[in-house]
Ligand binder design. Sequence first.
Ligand code: ATP
Ligand code: MG
Length: 238
Amino acid sequence: RRGIRRISTGVRALDELLGGGIETKAITELVGEFGSGKTQLCHQLSIMVQLPEDKGGLKAKALYVDTENTFRPERIMQIAKYRGLDPQEALRNILYARAYNSDHQMMIVEESKKIIEKENIGLIVIDSLVAHFRSEYPGRENLAERQQKLNHHIAQLLRIADIYNAAVVVTNQVVAQPDVFFGNPLKPAGGNVIAHGATYRVWLRKGKENVRIAKIFDSPYHPEREVTFRITEEGVVD
Ligand code: ATP
Ligand code: MG
């Protein structure tokens, strides 16, 4: 892909894992159990994108689509301060949208095209990509419709990322894989649609205390190496 740019995660080990940070013109999926750090990383990236290029950012704004009401302005200001930004200004540079259901979520993304260029948005966060879809289309009988809508949504996100040279970060949940006797009893939600739609898939796990473990999976280009980072008052750090 031509002309891609990168946003540093602010964590050296994670940047190395990702080949320099998260990419524009791509969808990076963060998947993991509750408390694994998906939302914390989304907060951190919304700050990092604002930094100048020589500090790992794009000197751009973020669009934050929050489906679970877990966006925390105080946390944004805390992380911004640690990264040397004015906390109030950093908060203003994050365009916040609360998505109340899956149709609303899709509409926000559709409408975002009107502002991305004008507002210089370099990062679009969808936290969580799948939660509304999963609760609104439960069971086997709704699976086909759910997957079709999700597919449309992801295609739309990728198109926007590509046209505007922006990075897209989405979070995903894990679900039980009851038929697995060996290996991982958990798998990402969203099935093939997300597996094929996400450009990079990062699995996050909890370690001891504030330690978290990340690895890239499903990628032919990345080694299945694990790195660790921590979540502290300062945000996500090495
Ligand atoms: P979910 O699936 O429930 O959305 P998640 O992967 O989004 O989970 P996060 O909300 O990113 O999880 O992570 C929450 C964890 O981050 C907390 O359990 C805590 O360990 C850590 N954390 C959050 N804020 C702070 C802070 N100010 N200082 C230290 N650790 C913090
Ligand atoms: Mg979360």
